[in-house]
Design a protein around this ligand. Structure first.
Ligand code: ADP
Ligand code: MG
Length: 223
């Protein structure tokens, strides 16, 4: 089985005003290609931090994280930002869409930021709009969409570079339970039909159950 993420003895401390707080206290975890992993734990247990470490959005204080066998801390800045854009797609609780851009402009944004040619991605864009069921909303602005629709835009945006891994931080934390179910079913399809490795963070048992493995975090440790 191919390991896409390898976490070895990771510790993370945040420094604030000269005070160090240890938030991840020694975590090792392997994630295989094609898994749908739910990282579950109460608020403040370190779930988001662990996810950000996996995506290179935060640096480990100690230990290593490898993406496809490459330690993040050994990557130079170019390789690391390339890894973050090409190998990983991020989905957040509050969607993080750009309000003045349309649905399709939001989805294609990572390509534009990269200096790519949006035209080259037209087929991928059409495919993703269809996958998330928003073909008829492609010219709408985020404010004209429901929360669930906005999160579907964010999911399509996370997939535009066809990454192998999707990291999702409480992706239904801001949605009602019915809409949340729709979004979790979409993640399940993306896992099964598109073969993406998905790691979601959640404090809810119900949404954790969509994963095929649940990893429990408590106070910075796996339990
Ligand atoms: P969770 O996602 O499980 O709620 P987090 O990873 O967000 O947990 O936070 C874990 C702990 O780290 C919390 O006590 C939080 O206050 C603290 N923390 C998170 N981010 C920072 C930061 N940038 N600086 C200092 N402390 C932080
Ligand atoms: Mg969190």
């Amino acid at each position: 089985m191919k390991q896409v993420i390898t976490i070895k003895n990771v510790r993370k401390e945040y420094q604030n005003g000269g005070v160090n707080t240890e938030v991840i206290k020694g975590v090792s975890l392997d994630i295989n290609k094609g898994e749908f992993v739910s990282i579950m734990g109460p608020s403040g247990s370190g779930k988001s931090t662990l996810l950000y470490l996996m995506g290179g959005l935060e640096n480990c204080t100690e230990g290593t994280i490898e993406i496809n066998g490459k330690p993040i801390e050994k990557m130079n800045d170019t390789d690391e930002s390339k890894m973050r854009r090409k190998d990983i797609g991020f989905v957040f609780q509050f969607f993080n869409l750009i309000p003045h851009l349309t649905v399709e402009e939001n989805i294609i944004l990572p390509i534009i930021i990269d200096g790519g040619k949006p035209k080259k991605y037209k087929d991928q864009l059409d495919k993703l709009l269809n996958l998330v069921g928003l073909t008829d909303k492609r010219h709408s602005k985020p404010s004209q969409l429901s929360g669930g629709q906005q999160q579907r835009v964010a999911i399509a945006r996370a997939l535009i570079n066809d990454p192998e891994i999707i990291l999702a931080d409480e992706p239904i934390g801001n949605l009602d339970s019915k809409t949340g179910e729709t979004i979790m079913n979409l993640f399940r399809r993306i896992n099964l039909e598109e073969g993406k490795t998905i790691i979601q963070v959640t404090h809810s048992e119900e949404s954790a159950a969509y994963g095929n493995r649940i990893v429990n975090v408590l106070d910075g440790l796996l339990v």
